[in-house]
Design a protein around this ligand. Structure first.
Ligand SMILES: CCCCC/C=C\C/C=C\C/C=C\C/C=C\CCCC(=O)SCCNC(=O)CCNC(=O)[C@H](O)C(C)(C)COP(=O)(O)OP(=O)(O)OC[C@H]1O[C@@H](n2cnc3c(N)ncnc32)[C@H](O)[C@@H]1OP(=O)(O)O
Length: 237
């Protein structure tokens, strides 16, 4: 497993070298502002295959894209940042215009999309609206290591949070997340997160998920989450 991870890293570096004008490693501390001056980066949909995707991830992606053809499933696009109504709901709810937050947040981006191809979170989420469930295909890259050779539990928790949140379809906040880590996840492997909405009670959404290996033989984690729809009448700050 470690050998394939190293090989993956080597190919990522090789690719980076080949791509003309490709940004250098984020550890070079390039100003984030420069990244965001490129409209292409802001509007790019990151939930699409790139050369770092393993055969397993590409295969599953293709299978789910096929399921999208009859409209029962949809692929959810993913951006570093976006200016949709949903984001506006969050901004109105949490940010105080008096504090000049907009300027401070001009460099903000979704942290799961802050890594270069293959190094961090590679994932795509498919949603089945009728069945109120999502499937997240996730490949955790070498920068997400915890115990040597294994995915950090916090990285897994992050993906679980996003996967559960993707089932809610609106402006929500995570109020509670409960995870049972049953088996360690090998770094650079692909896992499948199956999430579902179990119950809706006013503004409270109760969700659950499991995380399995591609062959479904290993159950890595099980989790439940409580998400609260933000109340536009309330401000939290
Ligand atoms: C997660 C994905 C979201 C996807 C959204 C989609 C699109 C958005 C567009 C762009 C964004 C893109 C991507 C987003 C990606 C990632 C998001 C990451 C998510 C997070 O990383 S998020 C940070 C961690 N999260 C917090 O930082 C929450 C801090 N917290 C609060 O901000 C408040 O606490 C809040 C708002 C949760 C509730 O506050 P509130 O004032 O609105 O409501 P209130 O307190 O009245 O609770 C109402 C009813 O919920 C019950 N209740 C509340 N909390 C409970 C708990 N813990 N356990 C059991 N029951 C609970 C009460 O008991 C009451 O129940 P009842 O009505 O029956 O009495």
């Amino acid at each position: 497993m470690l050998r394939s991870c190293t090989a993956g890293l080597r190919s990522i570096w090789a690719l980076r070298g080949r791509r003309e004008g490709a940004p250098r490693l984020s550890t070079d501390l390039q100003p984030a502002r420069r990244l965001f001056s490129t409209e292409k980066v802001i509007h790019k949909d990151w939930a699409l295959p790139n050369p770092s995707w393993s055969k397993d991830l590409k295969l599953l992606f293709d299978q789910f894209m096929k399921k999208c053809e009859d409209g029962s499933w949809e692929r959810l696009p993913s951006y570093k940042r976006r200016s949709t109504q949903e984001s506006e709901d969050f901004t109105t709810y949490f940010l105080d215009p008096k504090l000049g937050e907009e300027e401070r947040l001009s460099q903000a981006q979704l942290f799961t999309r802050g890594f270069e191809d293959g190094l961090g979170f590679e994932y795509v989420i498919f949603k089945n609206n009728d069945e109120k469930r999502t499937v997240c295909l996730f490949q955790g890259g070498p920068y997400l290591q915890g115990v040597p050779g294994l995915l950090h539990g916090g990285a897994m928790a992050t993906m679980i949070d996003i996967a559960l949140g993707s089932c809610t379809g609106g402006a929500v906040m995570t109020a509670n997340l409960n995870i049972n880590f049953k088996r360690p996840v090998p770094l650079c492997s692909v896992v499948v997160i199956n999430s579902q909405l179990d119950k809706l009670e006013g503004r409270k959404l109760f969700l659950s998920c499991n995380v399995r290996s591609v062959d479904e033989k290993t159950l890595y984690s099980e989790a439940t989450g409580l998400f609260i729809k933000v109340d536009p009448e309330k401000r939290s700050t």
